[in-house]
Design a protein. Structure first.
Length: 288
C-alpha cells in the first residue's frame, strides 16, 4: 500500500503555502495528515503501520523532489509582483498549478489502488458518513442565508487570503474588491452537487475495487481514469459555461487586487514569499 495517500498529502502540502509558519506546519504535517485520513477511514491496526510508513516515505520524497519546484513558483510570483501582470498570466498560473497537481495525483494511482484493495465494508461506511457530515457543514457555512449573505461569506474568505499575502486593505480598496468578488457567478447549490457527485464516484470506485478485487494493474487504471475525469469535469460537462465564467471571474478578482495594491502592500507580499522561499530551502536542505 505504498504511498496510497499521496493524493491527500498533495492537497495538504499545497495548502501549507497559506500557513504563516510554513516550517512548523510542514514538520508536523505527517501527524496531522494521519489524523485527517483516519477520520475518513478509521484504519485498523494492520493498516495503521502501513499508512504511517507511507506518509513518512511521501514526505521524504516530497522534500527531495518538490520543494525546490515550489521555490521556483514563488520566485515567479515575486517577478510578476514587480511588473504589470496580466489576466492571461494569472490564468496560466492557475492552469500550471492544476496540471502539476494532476500529474502528482496520477503518480500515486498504484498506491491508491493498493489502498482500495485493502478496504473493508465498515470503512466505506465511515467514509460515507464523513462525506455526509462535510456536506452538512458546507450547507451550514457556505449556503447560509440569501444571496447577499452568501456573497458576503465568500468575500470574507477571499479577504482572509488576500490579507495574508498583502496585509491590511483600506475601506476603499475593500469596496473595490467586494465588487469584483460579487461579480463572480454564485451557485452554491451547483457546487454542493459537484461535491456530492465527486464523493459518490469515489465511493462507487472504492466499493467496486473492494468487491471485485481486480489485479493491481486494472485497479490502477480505474483510479487513473477517475483522476483524469475529476480534472476534466469542468471542461467536459453541461456546466462548462458556469465553471469557465467562475474561473474567469476569480482571475479578474485576483487581477483587481494586484492592480489596486499599493507599493507597500506589494512589498509585504514579496517579503511574505521571501520568507516562504527561505523556509522551503531550509526544509529541502534537511532532506540531504
Amino acid at each position: 500500500m505504498k504511498k496510497f495517500n499521496t493524493c491527500i498529502v498533495l492537497a495538504f502540502a499545497i495548502l501549507l503555502a497559506a500557513c504563516s509558519s510554513l516550517r512548523l506546519a510542514y514538520n508536523n504535517a505527517d501527524t496531522l495528515l494521519y489524523w485527517w485520513l483516519d477520520a475518513y477511514v478509521d484504519f485498523d491496526s494492520a493498516q495503521k503501520a502501513e499508512v504511517k510508513q507511507d506518509i513518512n516515505e511521501f514526505f521524504r520524497w516530497h522534500r527531495k523532489t518538490q520543494l525546490q519546484d515550489y521555490v521556483q513558483l514563488l520566485q515567479r510570483g515575486q517577478r510578476q509582483l514587480k511588473g504589470e501582470v496580466t489576466q492571461a498570466e494569472l490564468l496560466a498560473n492557475y492552469v500550471d498549478i492544476r496540471d502539476r497537481t494532476e500529474a502528482l495525483l496520477l503518480r500515486s494511482a498504484p498506491e491508491i489502488a493498493d489502498m482500495a484493495l485493502s478496504l473493508k465494508p465498515d470503512q466505506l461506511e465511515t467514509m460515507e458518513k464523513k462525506f455526509n457530515k462535510n456536506n452538512v457543514d458546507f450547507r451550514r457555512k457556505v449556503m447560509k442565508g440569501d444571496q447577499e449573505d452568501q456573497n458576503k461569506f465568500r468575500f470574507k474568505k477571499s479577504m482572509e487570503q488576500f490579507e495574508l499575502w498583502f496585509g491590511d486593505f483600506s475601506n476603499e480598496q475593500e469596496a473595490i474588491i467586494r465588487r469584483a468578488s460579487d461579480a463572480r457567478p454564485l451557485n452554491n447549490e451547483l457546487w454542493l452537487d459537484e461535491r456530492i457527485r465527486r464523493q459518490q464516484k469515489v465511493l462507487a470506485l472504492a466499493r467496486k475495487i473492494m468487491l471485485e478485487q481486480p489485479s493491481k494493474q486494472v485497479a490502477t487504471q480505474w483510479v487513473e481514469d477517475m483522476i483524469r475525469t475529476s480534472f476534466d469535469r469542468f471542461g467536459h460537462s453541461e456546466r462548462k459555461a458556469f465553471f469557465d465564467s467562475y474561473t474567469q471571474g476569480t482571475v479578474e478578482l485576483v487581477h483587481t487586487v494586484l492592480r489596486i495594491a499599493t507599493p507597500e502592500q506589494k512589498a509585504h507580499a514579496h517579503k511574505r514569499m521571501e520568507g516562504w522561499i527561505r523556509d522551503l530551502n531550509t526544509l529541502a536542505a534537511q532532506a540531504q
